[in-house]
Ligand binder design. Structure first.
Ligand SMILES: Cc1cc2nc3c(=O)[nH]c(=O)nc-3n(C[C@H](O)[C@H](O)[C@H](O)COP(=O)(O)OP(=O)(O)OC[C@H]3O[C@@H](n4cnc5c(N)ncnc54)[C@H](O)[C@@H]3O)c2cc1C
Length: 446
């Protein structure tokens, strides 16, 4: 089984994964251990936000569900979300701070007001909310690091680092980008790109914006690049930016190293195991975000899983039905469009990028908002493309958009996705060795 290989480049992120937080109790003290004599219906590997959300919804569907993950697994990332997306999910109580508007600068001294509230998630509260949902729905927790996944005679199994083997009717990987080694992907898509960010939560002096007194989270992000922009470069840029803003950093409370593989080939539907969250490529190629989408889609994917398992079909067709719920042909078209946008960003210099974003935020709100939230249909995305083309300055129109569509592999990928009928194509395409690797040589240790 061949997967895309970006999971191999996650080693530099050890400091992010090693973070500890005594306010987040180990899952083994929060969820019951499964009864070893009974195989669960579904094993969900990985207890990040996607794994917890899906496990809770699977439990709510009446499926016996066991989460498998690191005994010490906690939430370590600083999550930012659009406030309305969390409100729609009834998760306002997990937001730590909401800012009424977001302001972008695409050229010196000229702010663009986005007109949409942005929020920082309280990761302890979000985890607690999801754990409580798991508790309410009978989800069990088995500590373990999964090193192999297989399906034999209609039974799925995972092997853990300690040699123990767990079986179930279905295995779903929610183990983030690291899941790529167990999955099969399309063969004909542009290579994976990477979003990197370096952040610090600090006590500052000399700053008078409307933040909580003295304590702010500052992050330097490279939205997307091939190869990944190294952390040292981001850190140096952040230091220079702070100096230019006259910020005096008095104390660093926490550092964050964010490495998010984005874009790349989508998973194939024709494989006997399933995935969810970042593991299932739910990360938006042009933003690096997946949190709100994973939380939003957990219910529907759980319902599709329950229906598929209820049909007594073969393991492969159960998995295929779940994949189709996640990555229908329509969804694959939308993803091809997002990847097209991401690839365009990767290739633009500073000035065209600024012009492009100025155009982007001058689109009708529902269009740019829908693009960022993955909620535009493939047809609406074409309208989005047409409007962008009309509003974009001439050099962007001709030298960027048209050339990108006609000449770039991402343009061909997009056209293929839009012209493919629902009966053919990537859903059953084999991956003969073309699974593409993120460039990792350039990524230094954090
Ligand atoms: C630092 C950082 C900041 C981010 N900020 C945002 C943001 O602001 N907004 C947003 O929408 N997205 C953000 N993202 C992107 C994405 O939403 C997150 O990566 C999100 O955590 C993905 O959720 P997940 O549950 O799919 O995977 P993860 O959160 O990666 O969880 C995977 C879990 O699986 C476990 N695991 C991995 N391998 C195994 C194995 N072999 N066996 C058992 N368990 C395993 C891990 O320990 C982990 O607990 C960020 C990513 C990073 C790295």
């Amino acid at each position: 089984m061949r997967g895309r290989q970006h999971w191999q480049c996650l080693a530099p992120l050890a400091p992010q994964a090693r973070k500890r937080d005594d306010q987040q109790d180990p899952l083994s003290s929060l969820l019951p251990t499964p009864d070893a004599r009974v195989s669960p219906d579904v094993l969900v590997v990985g207890a990040g936000p996607a794994g917890l959300a899906l496990a809770a919804e699977l439990g709510a569907q009446g499926l016996r569900t066991t989460l498998v993950g690191d005994a010490a697994s906690i939430f370590t990332n600083n999550y930012g979300v659009w406030a309305d997306e969390f409100q729609a999910l009834g998760l306002e109580h997990t937001l730590e701070h909401v800012w009424g508007d977001a302001v972008c600068y695409f050229s010196e001294g000229r702010p663009t007001r986005v007109g949409r509230a942005y929020a920082r998630v309280d990761r302890q509260k979000l985890r607690q909310h999801l754990v409580e949902a798991c508790q309410a729905n009978g989800v069990t927790f088995q500590p373990g690091e999964v090193v192999d996944v297989g399906v034999k005679n209609g039974t799925a199994s995972v092997t853990c680092q300690d040699g123990s083997v767990l079986t179930a009717r279905l295995v779903t990987l929610a183990s983030g980008a690291a899941a790529g080694r167990f999955l099969k992907y399309e063969s004909s898509a542009p290579a994976v790109a990477v979003q990197t960010a370096y952040g610090i939560e600090v006590e500052v002096a000399g700053y008078d914006e409307a933040f909580d007194p003295g304590r702010v989270f500052l992050e330097e992000t490279c939205l997307v690049a091939k190869p990944a922009l190294p952390f040292q470069t981001l850190k140096r840029r952040l230091e220079r930016r702070c100096a230019a803003l006259g910020l005096e950093i008095k104390e660093v409370h926490e550092e964050e190293w964010s490495y998010i593989p984005v874009g790349g080939p989508l998973p194939l539907a024709d494989q006997p195991i399933t995935a969810f969250g970042a593991a299932a490529s739910l990360v938006h190629p042009a933003t690096g975000y997946s949190l709100a989408r994973s939380l939003r889609e957990a219910k529907g994917v759980a319902a599709a899983t329950a229906a598929a398992l209820g049909s007594a079909d073969s393991q492969r067709s159960v998995a295929s039905r779940v994949w189709d719920a996640l990555w229908s042909q329509e969804r694959r078209k939308q993803a091809a469009f997002h990847i097209f946008g991401m690839e365009l960003l990767c290739k633009m210099g500073v000035e065209p990028t600024a012009q492009f974003f100025t155009t982007f935020f001058s689109l009708p709100t529902r269009q740019w908002r829908g693009f960022l939230g993955s909620s535009l249909t493939s047809l609406q995305l074409l309208v989005f493309a047409g409007t962008t083309f009309v509003l974009a300055p001439l050099p962007i129109k001709v030298t960027r958009l048209v050339r990108h569509l006609v000449q770039d592999p991402a343009g061909k990928y997009l056209l293929r996705a839009y012209t493919r009928s629902s009966q053919e194509g990537s859903a059953t395409e084999e991956a003969p060795g073309a699974a593409t690797a993120a460039p990792r040589d350039s990524l230094p240790a954090a």
